[in-house]
Ligand binder design. Structure first.
Ligand code: DOR
Length: 424
């Protein structure tokens, strides 16, 4: 082995079942991984990581960083601060900024802001708009967006309902090596309702959104992906019906991938009781049966990954009547600990967690560390026993809008390395 410039000693490799290891890094890459040797001396600096878990740097494929245009909610610098402290080495940010990221100049601005604020990482990968101004009418200039650094295109919260236009987008994107990310929501079934149609919406006297709203468009996308043999990534899946449709489509060879978020795995529509706008999110929180199906889907691999859908909104925007509040949960600060809760409860294995929080890099062609020689030295040191409270002060995101605020969490990122450099 060549000479390392950093050694991380004595951590346990998450998901491996193996005893403690020593990880050797050089020039921003993995040199090798060996069984821990407590007696071995090194010329290179060493980090003593006994009692910690070693994870690859995480990837979040779905965040909203609000810059340009809504910097009172978040900006690239604060969003990446939350990402770094949450253990994320790669972050993909959505196009619903103001102006919309439908133009290479907007992508370039986002990347400049990231380089200036966090020059050594986390890495930012903007998602370009699928249509001009997200209006669902004319396709954006995908080739220019790709040249500027976009890895995917999406209309995110404003899904394209014109199936012919959407089909052309999927074909065009696939020819260019871009992946279409789709937020699945039927245009007529209570768009943006922020609450599930069911017992809680009836009790509160609010118009809810049925799960069929999501599942109808999931089915459309699965059929199109299979027909075109072109990839579609399904954003923030929230319900059992969607999981079942995706499972069947995958069995039949449709090139679809899917994500869900910690809040859909851990909360239900009950969280909205009392008109709690912190739990207002699109798609809405569903039932315990839906959450169970999502957990099982994540465990079996039908749901490929966990993303945060980090959607920061200022306190004054959420402190309104329920119908007027914006949808969204600020998620980067808590995603790793919340996903770890599923491991602690036995719903996921450590290996499932690693897949859920890193496979997005494979889907979108981003750097990923699998601890093989030559892999990028993106590493999370995770303390599985540290108990902490998600207070406003603990959150690095500018916006504190989360239904998990003031919740006790166990497990925390104790260090993030991107390309071998310590970020936090
Ligand atoms: O809850 C959400 N908030 N869902 C979306 O799809 C958009 C996001 C936002 O931008 O606030």
């Amino acid at each position: 082995m060549a000479a390392p410039d950093l050694v991380i000693r004595g951590a346990r490799l998450a998901g491996s079942g193996a005893p403690a290891v020593d990880l050797y890094l050089a020039h921003g890459r993995v040199l090798g991984l060996e069984t821990h040797d407590p007696g071995r001396a090194h010329d290179a600096p060493a980090v003593e990581a006994g009692g910690l878990l070693l994870l690859p740097g995480l990837t979040d494929c779905h965040v909203h960083l609000r810059e340009p245009g809504q910097e009172w909610k978040e900006d690239v610098a604060t969003g990446l601060a939350a990402a770094a402290h949450g253990g994320f080495a790669n972050v993909m940010c959505m196009a619903n900024t103001k102006p919309v990221n439908d133009d290479a100049s907007v992508t370039a601005l986002m990347l400049d802001k990231a380089r200036l604020s966090w020059p050594r990482g986390p890495r930012l990968f903007p998602v370009g708009a699928l249509t001009v101004k997200l209006k669902g009418e004319a396709l954006a200039a995908f080739a220019e967006l790709r040249e500027a650094g976009c890895k995917a295109v999406s209309n995110d919260g404003l899904p394209v309902h014109n199936t012919e236009l959407f089909r052309r987008a999927v074909e065009y994107a696939s020819d260019l090596g871009l992946i279409v990310i789709d937020h699945c929501e039927d245009p007529f079934l209570s768009p943006g309702a922020g609450i599930n149609e069911g017992l809680v919406s009836s009790a509160l006297g609010l118009r809810g959104q049925p799960t069929a709203s999501e599942a109808i468009q999931v089915a459309r996308d699965c059929l199109l992906a299979a027909y075109l043999q072109a990839p579609i990534h399904l954003a923030h899946i929230s319900c059992r019906q969607s999981v079942e449709i995706i499972a069947r489509a995958k069995e039949q060879g449709a090139p679809v991938t899917a994500e869900t978020c910690p809040h859909y795995l851990l909360l239900t529509e009950e969280a909205v009781t009392g008109y709690n706008t912190q739990a207002k999110v699109s798609p809405p929180l569903r039932t315990s049966d839906d959450a169970a199906a999502l957990r099982e889907g994540l465990r079996s691999g039908v749901i490929d990954i966990v993303s945060t859908d980090h959607a920061p909104h200022a306190a004054h925007e959420k402190e309104t009547p329920f119908d007027e509040a914006p949808n969204g949960i600020s998620g980067l600060d808590s995603a790793l600990a919340l996903t770890w809760r599923l491991v602690a409860e036995g719903a996921l294995s450590e290996a499932d967690l690693v897949r859920a929080l890193t496979k997005g890099a494979d889907i979108f062609g981003l750097p990923v560390n699998r601890f093989a020689p030559g892999d990028p030295a993106d590493v999370v040191l995770f303390d599985p026993n540290l108990t902490w409270t998600l207070t406003e002060q603990e959150m690095r995101s500018k916006s504190k809008n989360t239904p998990f605020l003031n919740t006790r969490l166990t497990g925390r990122c104790a260090g993030l390395y991107v390309a071998g450099k310590k970020i936090v």
